[in-house]
Design a protein around this ligand. Structure first.
Ligand SMILES: [Zn+2]
Length: 641
């Protein structure tokens, strides 16, 4: 008997835990991945036991409880934790006394008392809260609002069709249902005397609907305003180290700038996602009206009379600009639809709750990305916010009554200056790495452009001889750089012989980025690698500096990767890196060796060191005849050389 019951008790526990995790999932999207995976792989009971075992094994109280436990604690529902569930009566025999002790210890450590805090099940006898005023269905972004048009055509095609449609809404309303705010019904109830007199409750329901919608709108704008604070001052809270943490004070600024470069796009992406959500909400609201055109602007201008217009006109100018900014975000591209029209938004700020936006508290930017997804690759989130904002100012500038000074006026213009400033800073910091290299390439390409055809032919001939079987296969950019380097080499008395080294090193870098990296990155994605972080021991041993960004992350393309980063990626302990080279017939060891060889002189030369002609020539010869291989250092990119 007992034996036959055991599997079913285990199955019951499995379902209980699954239900608890789902319930937690209604409140947060963070910290559930591991337990969900475990439940699927090893079942509910084993997942629970794993979580009760970890801390015992570590054997010290200070070991942190499982991520799932901390998640239930964060949302104030420790009653849904494995620990609390394990203590529920009815699972007798499933857990060892040790596991039970562990569960109790964890719960009491975090101040949870099962007997006092277990939520009481709502008993079936309790009546639903009494609804004093029946109302319309709130706006749901997932509903296709365009379906109304068909109904409207149908209603118009019949005499009294509108009166009938209105009556249907009233019946639904009076039966305690929540009919949608139908634009035709809204219009009709205002125009038809008969219906207006018969159904005052319907007119009142529309008023409440508008009031609530505008309240939601204004609540979302308040959050949007905070999310749009993207200046250094506001986002520096995510920078991990303080100036004192770094030994040298002059090292802090570069570190700080580098951090912000990583932080800002994520914060901007959150603002974009929220803005789009607001825009969809605004659009859904206008669908409950029959009037056409840009209704928000028409309300603002007072072209349409009524309580909605009054509220929109009373909205502060900055608030309204933000609303227009949000609307403009929908212009340039389509955006993913949120599940059920709800936006899950990470926040470390304290926001008042707003319908349709679920705030998931988190100050971990990785978790922000997890919730928001990555921005589409072709999108620069901050740039799009900026453009939407400029467009909003232009839109509002004209119709705003008595506001010639709007564009030049203190408020918006200051904000615009500020945004412009940030945009410039950001472009600068992003471009900095590339700039130096672009300058080198530009300079050397000018050399190539100014070559006489006889020079060019002579240089090509020499390179074909120096790099047999390889020169012709190089990427065009790399070939040009070799040509320029060769020209410098052949020019007697050339003022900067370091350009010989520069040209060849940059050619090597381009070729590495062109031949190896895209394939490697594709392979890592195919193998499910999420990112390549700098290993801790590299930081300890000063092989690499700590950076906020991983060396590579999913979706990242090779064209931004510079030599130092590529060098670290090649040496990364992730086994799939090495596997790629084996599979694709490249020698990782050779590529690493050649990269190391190129890196030092190349860094010296890009940081301003001067090479005399003798040193430059020696390096050139060394690279061209590396390991006595035809093609020298460039041979590592071609399998059969
Ligand atoms: Zn009527």
């Amino acid at each position: 008997m007992t034996n036959a019951q055991e599997p079913s008790l285990e199955a019951k526990f499995h379902n209980r835990l699954l239900a608890a995790v789902s319930e937690v999932g209604l409140r947060t999207r963070l910290g559930l991945a591991a337990i969900r995976e475990d439940i699927q792989n090893v079942g509910g009971l084993q997942s629970a036991k794993l979580r009760l075992k970890t801390r015992i094994r570590v054997g010290c109280i200070s070991a942190r409880p499982s991520k799932y436990f901390l998640t239930t604690r964060r949302i104030g529902r420790m009653d849904l934790s494995v620990e609390a569930i394990a203590l529920e009566p009815g699972w007798l025999g499933l857990f060892t006394p040790g596991e039970i002790d562990q569960a109790m210890a964890t719960l009491s450590e975090y101040g949870f008392s099962p007997a006092l805090e277990a939520p009481t099940e709502p008993s079936a006898g309790v009546p639903a809260p009494f609804e004093r005023e029946p109302s319309l269905a709130p706006i749901r972004l997932s509903e296709p609002r365009r379906a109304f048009t068909l109904e409207s055509i149908w209603a118009r095609a019949r005499p009294h069709g509108e009166c009938e449609l209105t009556a249907e809404s009233v019946i639904a309303l009076r039966n305690g249902g929540h009919p949608p705010a139908h634009p035709l019904v809204r219009k009709h109830i205002g125009e038809c005397l008969k219906c207006g007199n018969l159904y005052p409750d319907l007119a009142a329901a529309f008023e409440r609907f508008d009031e609530m919608a505008l309240q939601t709108w204004s609540g979302m704008l308040a959050i949007f305003r905070t999310a749009m604070n993207l200046e250094d001052e506001h986002i520096k809270r995510f920078v991990l180290l303080a100036p004192d943490d770094l030994g040298q004070p002059e090292e802090y600024q570069p570190y700080f700038d580098h951090e912000l470069e990583f932080i800002r796009p994520i914060c901007a992406w959150r603002a974009v996602r929220l803005g789009c959500h607001i825009a969809k909400f605004m659009s859904a609201f206008t669908w409950t009206f029959m009037e056409t055109g840009d209704l928000w602007l028409r309300w603002r201008r007072g072209e349409l009379r009524g309580p909605v217009s009054d509220i929109v006109r009373a909205t502060g100018r900055e608030e309204f600009l933000l609303a227009l900014t949000a609307e403009n975000l929908l212009l340039p591209r389509s955006w993913p639809t949120e599940d059920e029209g709800v936006l899950w938004m990470p926040a470390d700020e304290d926001f008042a709750p707003v319908p349709g936006v679920v705030i998931d508290p988190s100050d971990d930017l990785d978790e922000w990305e997890e919730l928001l997804g990555k921005p589409p690759e072709d999108l620069h989130p901050y740039g799009i916010l900026y453009l939407a904002y400029c467009a909003a100012i232009a839109q509002l500038g004209e119709p705003e009554p008595g506001s010639k000074d709007l564009v030049q006026g203190a408020g918006p213009s200051e904000q615009m200056d500020r945004m412009e400033g940030i945009l410039r800073d950001m472009q600068r910091s992003q471009a900095e790495d590339r700039e130096r290299q672009d300058a080198i390439i530009g300079q050397l390409e000018r050399v190539v452009l100014n070559m006489k055809s006889t020079d060019r032919a002579a240089c090509e001939e020499s390179l074909l001889a120096e790099l047999p079987g390889v020169y012709g296969k190089l990427a065009p950019g790399a070939r040009n750089l070799c040509l320029a380097s060769e020209q410098v080499y052949r020019t007697p008395g050339y003022a900067a012989p370091g350009d010989i080294v520069r040209g060849l090193a940059t050619a090597f870098e381009l070729q590495l980025r062109h031949t190896v990296m895209p394939g490697l990155f594709d392979y890592l994605e195919y193998r499910g690698v999420k990112n390549l972080k700098i290993p801790e021991e590299w930081i300890r041993s000063h092989r690499a500096q700590d950076r906020s960004q991983p060396l590579w992350r999913r979706g990242e393309k090779a064209d931004k990767c510079e030599l130092g980063t590529m060098d670290l990626i090649l040496g990364h302990p992730e086994p799939f890196v090495a596997e790629f080279f084996v599979r694709h017939g490249f020698s990782l060891a050779d590529i690493q060796e050649a990269t190391d060889l190129v890196r030092k002189p190349r860094n010296a030369v890009s940081h301003g060191s001067c090479f005399d002609i003798g040193t430059a020539e020696a390096i050139r010869a060394d690279w061209f005849h590396w390991k006595n291989r035809p093609g020298g250092i460039f041979s590592v990119f071609f399998r059969n050389e």
